[in-house]
Design a binder for this molecule. Structure first.
Ligand SMILES: [Zn+2]
Length: 616
């Protein structure tokens, strides 16, 4: 053969090899799972999203899958829903019954020596983990699983729910965690450890170190001083720049598929603290500062999408946008509470003080009232408990009743599980105008006027103590408000915040209707899903897309949202009502539910006439 012929053969072989190589690479690319971004806009009401106030979020919902029949998990609080989003399990399994919960005896040492702990804090999460078998949620999180399976992972955002996505990272055994506490190392305010090269990269990018605080967004005001007039942008500008300039470039360069959770503190932070509406229900959380906070979250999402586009990762990255819960405007009014009759130094005369429920109960049961740290509350001298709850009984080290304050709901624990005491509490609460709905631990037997905790999926494989009674507070429509029931809801809330500021946690549809939408290569386009979904469905759906199998201990698992996936089949769904027997004064707890497959979803629950969105 001539030399040139050899050259042709050789060249052909090379060309074939290159073609084969490209084909193999292309096949690998096809087989490689898509990247995942879970974007959580804390406290974003589904109905508050429109192209004017939230352009990026509204655009994503229109473009991809619109999950308009979505549900926050009750109690409608951040850490409750963060645990569901992280693990795909409902709360009877995760045991994260509130933002503030009773951890049992002995007292935990943080932030004060107390058996009740606020879990929106990395150190508190660490303590709970130590107490409950190194993983208090008792279920593996999607991000921890992804990290263990070789994905590049990170969670960035609000203190508490961010670290909850990957609790092992608190001990340096997980992916990247960046939150309010990043860079702080002293006991009392300490973040998850961060690799030194990440700290160096953040500084090299010209960004502040340690993490920024909330700046002007961080002060709630008082009864005689309005709260904030700016969104949480000072802090979130830092979060989003760290994400787009340092974290995402590293994840993308890792050579592995990546999973990012970004938890935007807004609009929650600003809707809680806004100063647009001091002591007035109007405009409540519909004023200009709350709208600026919705825009802040939307801008963060836009920045992530811009980065994906600039790096040619749009077509290989799925984005799910959710909120943990809805929101309502706070009412501090009651005609039945005895606690409202005292004049306190820092409460509007006639308004409910913080911890009014614990105060009313202590009086009705004739029990001494203690702060969570055990000090007795000097009620006669016009003091109310200052912490996130109270301990009732003669001995604060062995309280007869523990109240964990949680905004739109309170958790009541009777450590002895005494049915007679529990019944007295239930009957007292059935006579109060602020009580919206009542749920009682199944182990105490049927109590008239209440539904069992199992009816709302609060009984499962949880390691933490189960509340004896969960009280959801009353909600109502603000007179004169014309933006539809969900945006016009007010609720009684147990909180230090003022009337006219914002809260959530009740069983109204205003609080259970979170935002949910998705876009990306694995999702349908321009699809409106009528089937019910919840925050417990997000991790199973993402795990399915990622090709991962989430192990389970409990049975309260969410479902894969098949109908939203490309080529996914529709799912059958239906609605129903469950009613309790009548209690004192005819008090009844009614539950509106939906189902899809074996999964149940809860729209609203409580006494008819006292719950926004409840159909009796
Ligand atoms: Zn909140």
């Amino acid at each position: 053969m001539r030399r040139s012929a050899w050259t042709v053969v050789l060249l052909s072989v090379i060309v074939l090899a290159v073609v084969a190589g490209v084909a193999i690479l292309a096949a690998q690319r096809l087989n490689r799972p898509h990247n995942i971004i879970l974007f959580v806009a804390d406290g974003l009401r589904s109905e508050s999203v429109n192209p004017e106030d939230a352009p990026a979020i509204a655009a994503l919902r229109a473009e991809g899958v619109d999950l308009r029949n979505s549900h926050s998990i009750y109690p409608t609080l951040t850490m409750v829903n963060a645990s569901a989003l992280a693990t795909g399990h409902r709360i009877g399994d995760t045991g994260n019954f509130g933002n503030t919960l009773y951890a049992g005896q002995p007292a935990l040492p943080f932030p004060v020596l107390s058996p009740v702990v606020s879990v929106e804090d990395d150190e508190a999460l660490g303590l709970l983990n130590q107490r409950f078998k190194s993983d208090y949620l008792n279920e593996m999180s999607l991000l921890a699983l992804a990290h263990a399976q070789g994905w590049a992972t990170a969670a960035v955002g609000k203190l508490g729910p961010t670290a909850l996505q990957d609790l092992g990272a608190l001990d340096g055994k997980g992916g990247i965690i960046i939150d309010d506490a990043t860079g702080y190392t002293s006991s009392g305010f300490k973040g998850a450890p961060l690799a030194p090269e990440l700290k160096a990269a953040i500084q090299a990018a010209g960004l502040d170190w340690p993490a920024r605080d909330r700046g002007l967004n961080g002060s709630p005001g008082a009864y005689n001083m309005p709260g904030v007039w700016v969104p949480n942008s000072y802090q979130q500008d830092w979060m989003i720049e760290v994400t787009t300039k340092v974290v995402l470039p590293r994840l993308a360069k890792s050579g592995k598929p990546f999973a990012l959770v970004y938890w935007s503190r807004d609009p929650d932070a600003t809707q809680h603290y806004q100063g647009d509406s001091l002591n007035s229900l109007t405009p409540g959380i519909n004023g200009k500062t709350s709208k600026a906070a919705i825009r802040n979250a939307s801008n963060n999402l836009q920045a992530l999408r811009d980065w994906l586009k600039a790096n040619h990762l749009e077509d290989t990255t799925d984005i799910v946008v959710v909120s943990d819960h809805g929101f309502s405007t706070i009412s501090r009014q009651s005609q039945t509470s005895q606690a409202r009759l005292t004049e306190y130094r820092d409460v509007m005369p006639g308004f409910l003080p913080p911890n009014f429920l614990a105060m009313d109960l202590a009086r009705a049961l004739d029990l001494p009232l203690h702060e969570l740290n055990g000090l007795e509350v000097d009620v006669a001298n016009r003091f109310y408990p200052r912490g996130g709850g109270a301990l009732l009984g003669a001995d604060a080290k062995a309280p007869q009743v523990v109240v964990a304050q949680n905004g739109g709901s309170d958790l009541i624990y009777v450590p002895s599980r005494d049915p007679a005491l529990t019944r007295r509490i239930v009957e007292f609460l059935e006579g109060q105008d602020y009580t919206g709905g009542l749920f009682v631990d199944d182990r105490l037997g049927e109590m008239p006027g209440t539904l069992p905790l199992s009816a709302i999926d609060l009984t499962g494989a949880a390691l933490t103590p189960r509340p004896t009674i969960v009280v959801g507070f009353r909600s109502f429509l603000i007179p004169g408000c014309e933006r539809g029931p969900e945006l016009c809801a007010a609720e009684v809330a147990d909180t230090p915040l003022q009337q006219g500021q914002g809260m959530h946690g009740t069983f109204s549809r205003a609080d259970t209707h979170n935002f949910m939408a998705a876009v990306g290569p694995d999702f349908k386009r321009g699809f409106k899903d009528a089937a019910p979904t919840s925050n417990a469905d997000v991790a199973p759906t993402l795990a399915h897309i990622m090709g991962l199998t989430l192990p389970s201990k409990g049975n309260l698992k969410g479902r894969v949202i098949e109908e939203a996936l490309r080529d996914g089949a529709p799912v059958g769904h239906r609605v129903g009502v469950r009613r309790s027997s009548p209690g004192v004064n005819g008090f009844t707890t009614v539950l509106n539910w939906q189902s899809a497959g074996a999964n149940r979803y809860f729209d609203a629950a409580g006494m008819p006439g006292r719950i926004v969105g409840l159909n009796p």
